[in-house]
Design a protein around this ligand. Structure first.
Ligand code: NDP
Length: 449
């Protein structure tokens, strides 16, 4: 990792020492600190007040056992996490991830990113994240329900609409949020809608929340294109993943006149030169919870499924990584640059490795970091909380318009801040610095707590 400003290096060394083995957390902290040199030059109060050191230490970390009984009567044990990272701006807010790779380092990296992302939205929400090493793949609905009920039987004592408000992430969609909310309601005997977001429309959910992260990503890229005098019209786009974020990003790209020619899952990728057929993709991945290979089998013709390959080998002008962390490395970045790619925007959290980001930025590719480009999901979660608090529900059109304004606002804030701090057009610097300053000022105002 490249060296940091000498005033920030001791903080990073402390993070390495206190959090051994948490590679993704180290990476996320390093990425933010690498932008803050000019900020501490201008504002010594942030280092004097140990603001950055305090930001790197979660306010609370909860780890718990999740026992449950599978369909064959066997007892299974998973591990649950909730990291309540920073509540200077509002209740902790951030999703739950159910995936076998989940451990404390992943939850902390996601929670740390969430602080700055939530700050960037301009909404009153702090940062947190949680999840479990439970793998929902291949589990029956009844097993998923029993797992969610057991998970909530511990989590309920730590969350609340004014305390901590979880939502979905990888492996946690509408089905899981339903089971989690049901168990919370049962244990507390309260219909506290604002305790979770991503709820179904008939029981407190918001229009556009399922679509929000993918749509928001595309609104952000649309704004990037506009600043370059370009548009999505006729653009060839590649998206990784085929889950919530990827699916809705594909839908919005097609609506704006671009063509997504490839997408992926953890087993490989498909190339469909006519443009990914969303109805077919949704039926296979979201409804049947099947594998992407079935898309090629069903579509036939020239549609190819490439097992185990990298979707970034497919030439495109715009690349939208929407699967998982560190999925786009320096080799993939070099391939994208070689194919004439001009924009890479992160729908997933930290999908590009630091080496890939450096390579893309030095090649002049427009790069949008996840904490800005995928903030539409959490922003719409905050809109869901607003609707729950006022017992109101807005139309799809109104909510989508709010989302679009928020994303364009984040885009402009990133560019203005990057300019002010001497890195014109650098979205990473803009996002890190703008997100940081708002939280840091709130922490200073609230005293040493
Ligand atoms: P989903 O579970 O709906 O979809 C995840 C997709 O990524 C699936 O296609 C999955 O494939 C693929 N994937 C997961 N792990 C890997 C891996 N190791 N290698 C290759 N592909 C993989 O999750 P979401 O769409 O909700 O989340 C995707 C990303 O977006 C995550 O980084 C998440 O943190 C981020 N995000 C999500 C938000 C949301 O609102 N949902 C908000 C902001 C960010 P398979 O089906 O084979 O598992």
């Amino acid at each position: 990792m490249p060296d940091l400003d000498s005033r920030l290096r001791p903080t990073f060394d402390e993070v390495l020492r206190r959090n051994p083995g948490e590679r993704e957390f180290h990476q996320a902290v390093h990425e933010v600190l690498s932008s803050l040199g000019p900020v501490v030059s201008k504002h010594p109060e942030y280092t004097d007040g140990a603001i950055i050191r305090r930001l790197c230490e979660p306010e609370r970390q909860i780890i718990f056992r999740v026992p449950w009984v599978d369909d064959s009567g066997q007892v299974q044990i998973n591990r649950g996490f909730r990291v309540e990272f920073n509540s200077a701006l509002g209740p902790y807010k951030g999703g739950l991830r159910f995936h076998p790779s989940v451990y404390l380092g992943i939850v902390k990296f996601l929670g740390f990113e969430q602080i700055f992302k939530n700050s960037l939205t301009g909404m009153p929400i702090g940062g947190g994240k949680g999840g479990s090493d439970f793998d929902p793949k291949g589990r029956s609905d009844a097993e998923v329900m029993r797992f969610c009920q057991s998970f909530m039987t511990e989590l309920y004592r730590h969350i609340g609409e004014y305390t901590d408000v979880p939502a979905g992430d990888i492996g946690v969609g509408g089905r899981e949020i339903g089971y989690l909310f049901g168990q919370y309601k049962r244990i507390t005997n309260r219909y506290e809608s604002g305790v979770l977001t991503g709820k179904g429309l008939t029981w407190g959910g918001s229009q556009v929340r399922p679509e929000a992260t993918g749509y928001g990503l595309v609104f952000f890229v649309d704004e990037m294109l506009r600043t370059r005098g370009e548009s999505f019209d006729g653009a060839r786009v590649v998206v990784s993943g085929s889950g919530n974020v990827a699916t809705h990003a594909i839908a919005k790209v097609h609506e704006l006149g671009g063509t997504v020619v490839a997408c992926s899952d953890s087993s490989g990728y498909v190339v469909d030169e006519r443009g990914i057929d969303l109805d077919l993709l949704t039926e296979i991945k979201q409804v049947r919870r099947g594998r992407l290979k079935e898309y090629a089998d069903a579509a036939g013709g020239s549609v190819a499924f490439v097992e185990g390959g990298s979707v970034w080998d497919v030439p495109c002008r715009i690349a939208l990584p929407c699967a998982t962390q560190n999925e786009l490395d320096a080799d993939a970045a070099a391939t994208l640059v070689g194919h004439g790619c001009t924009i890479v925007a992160e729908g997933a959290n930290m999908p590009c490795t630091p080496e890939a980001v450096r390579l893309l930025e030095s090649a002049g590719v427009g790069f949008a970091p996840g904490k800005a480009a995928n903030a539409g999901g959490v922003a719409t979660s905050a809109l869901e909380m607003q609707q729950n608090a006022s017992r109101d529900s807005w139309t799809f059109e109104h909510t989508e318009e709010r989302l679009s304004q928020i994303m364009r606002g984040i885009h402009d804030r990133c560019l203005e801040t990057a300019d002010t701090y001497g890195s014109p057009n650098n979205y990473s610097t803009g996002a890190n610095v703008a997100g940081f300053i708002q939280v840091a000022d709130a922490m200073l105002a609230l005293g040493v707590i």
